[in-house]
Design a protein around this ligand. Structure first.
Ligand code: AHR
Length: 519
């Protein structure tokens, strides 16, 4: 009987969310049961990956100001941003794009800076770039941050030879032409480069290809991207966007285990044509719709995963969601094509809810990269001249650090739901739990309800609760954001709303709040 109960949990609990409609009042009841004994999959820290594209002021101005800048910097990297990123524990950083990657020719970004040719960034506003940030500057940044580089190779407008030589330049320790060129440019030892993307959005800005054609190209390019001197590449094929299940099917069928990972892009966006809505001005209805759209990623993941499972039962090929996040209208007054947007508490919810979903599918989802790290789309950091501000999304990533490389713990959640625009059903509470290497359990909770507090009854099967501490991210207004004048409007505070009685935790979760508890 007990065995049976466990099987049922094993089958359903990780994906189970029981939704019940409760009578309207200013408070709601939520029940969460966590099953610590059933945790088996590790939440890869690479789910907390970032993405830095040559787009707007992400690289130039945001990360890189050059050695001669008045903005305080270390070897050209701005000090304030470096410090903030170090504290974020970035595990992996994708570069140089995005769409930019398929027009980037890496040889233009090496050697003496004054000799590097300028280029037009055709994808993003026609901005002129001087290539002062190239391979050395990127890989050295990864070393400073202690993160894995994820290089996105040019398949759309580059050649097999060009990509093969780039891999040799970065990773060969031999007496080879590219390794010697790297030495001549000041770097004796190769860098460690694990993740290699073979193209980006090859169905669109990366070459407008059909999946069958791209699959063949992938096979050709990947053949010549060698493992030099102990460096083992993890090769990632350019994957589908959103609901394009055919792309995944063809890639799994025609490429299969020649790839180590297959990417997927999913943005929380109202549509690709016309206005996407202002980042800071939206109605409650818009907010709930956004929650529904971001949670829809779960259905999308499930469908792509089902296809992958058909061809790869042992789950050897990782699903890499290497672009995700919110996409709003550009801030008025900013350069068109630079995708600069503000970031409110609404964005923080998109981050929290999406990360909770990624945790659940951690047996297949091995990396994700939110778009993007500084000054572009749903960024961690915004800069303006010498000023820097940390966004509400930054703080979610910081509060969620505790889940990096921790064991995912299945849970059962019963809460109120709301039917919103487009018939989307949005649960008012989202949760995720994990146990870290030292045995501490962390539970992240988000109360999406804009008005009502949630009383959460939280139990952990067979785990004695000794002490609980927590942090909360909230604000008086869902449209609240951190500006250069008021940088601390949305910031984590210590959370005191937990009581423990007979092993059950009662958490008073304020309206529109995100909490992480340590148990
Ligand atoms: O992140 C911005 C852009 O969105 C990327 O360059 C591209 O891959 C995607 O369409």
């Amino acid at each position: 009987m007990i065995r049976m109960k466990n099987i049922v949990k094993g089958m359903f609990v990780t994906g189970l969310m029981t939704l019940t409609s409760l009578p309207a009042s200013s408070q709601q009841e939520t029940t969460i049961k966590i099953y610590p004994q059933e945790g088996k999959n590790v939440i890869s820290k690479n789910i907390y990956g970032q993405f830095a594209e040559h787009l707007g002021t992400c690289i130039y101005g945001g990360i890189w100001v050059g050695e001669n800048s008045d903005i305080p910097n270390t070897n050209g990297y701005r000090n304030d941003v470096l410090q903030a990123l170090k504290e974020l524990k970035v595990p992996v950083l994708r570069w140089p794009g995005g769409c930019f990657a398929d027009e980037y020719h890496w040889m233009d970004g090496i050697g003496p800076k004054e000799k590097r040719p300028k280029m037009v960034n055709n994808n993003w506003g026609g901005t002129i770039e001087d290539n002062s940030f190239g391979t050395h500057e990127f890989l050295n940044l990864c070393e400073i941050l202690g993160c894995e580089p994820y290089i996105s190779g040019n398949v759309g407008s580059g050649t097999v030879e060009e990509l093969a030589k780039w891999v040799e330049y970065m990773t060969s320790d031999g007496d080879s032409p590219m390794a010697n060129l790297r030495r001549k440019n000041g770097r004796e030892k190769p860098w460690h480069v694990k993740f290699l993307g073979v193209g980006n959005e090859s169905w669109g800005c990366g070459g407008s290809m059909r999946p069958e054609y791209y699959a063949d190209l992938y096979r050709r390019y990947a053949t010549y991207c060698r493992n030099y001197d102990g460096n083992q590449l993890f090769k990632i094929a350019s994957g589908a966007s959103d609901y394009d299940y055919k792309w995944t099917e063809v890639l799994m069928k025609n490429v299969g285990h020649r790839m180590h990972g297959l990417s997927l892009h999913y943005y929380t966006v109202t549509g690709w044509k016309g206005s996407k809505g202002a980042a800071t001005k939206f109605t409650d209805d818009d907010f709930y719709w956004t929650m529904g759209k971001c949670l829809e990623i779960e259905e999308v993941l499930k469908k792509h995963i089902a296809i992958m499972d058909k061809y790869d039962k042992q789950k050897k090929i990782g699903l890499m969601v290497d672009e995700w996040g919110t996409w709003w209208d550009e801030e008025p007054g900013t350069v068109k094509g630079h995708l600069y947007q503000q970031n409110t508490l609404r964005d923080a919810f998109v981050a929290a809810l999406t990360l909770n979903v990624f945790h659940k599918y951690t047996d297949r989802v091995k990396m994700t990269n939110i778009a993007q790290i500084v000054n572009v789309l749903q960024s961690m950091i915004l800069t303006k001249g010498d000023k820097m501000v940390l966004t509400p999304t930054y703080y979610v990533f910081k509060m969620y650090q505790v889940h990096q490389d921790a064991t995912y713990l299945p849970l059962e959640l019963t809460c109120e739901k709301r039917t919103v625009r487009d018939n989307r059903i949005v649960p008012m509470v989202s949760a995720s739990a994990s146990r870290d290497a030292s045995g501490r359990i962390h539970v992240s909770l988000a109360n999406v309800d804009l008005e009502k507090e949630q009383t959460v009854h939280l139990s952990l099967e067979n785990v004695p609760v000794k002490s609980v501490s927590g942090e909360i991210l909230t604000a008086t207004d869902i449209q609240a954001y951190n500006s250069f004048d008021k940088p601390d409007v949305v910031k984590p505070q210590s959370f005191k709303g937990v009581k423990v009685k007979n092993g059950v935790l009662t958490v008073k979760l304020p309206a529109k709040s995100i909490v992480t508890l340590e148990i």
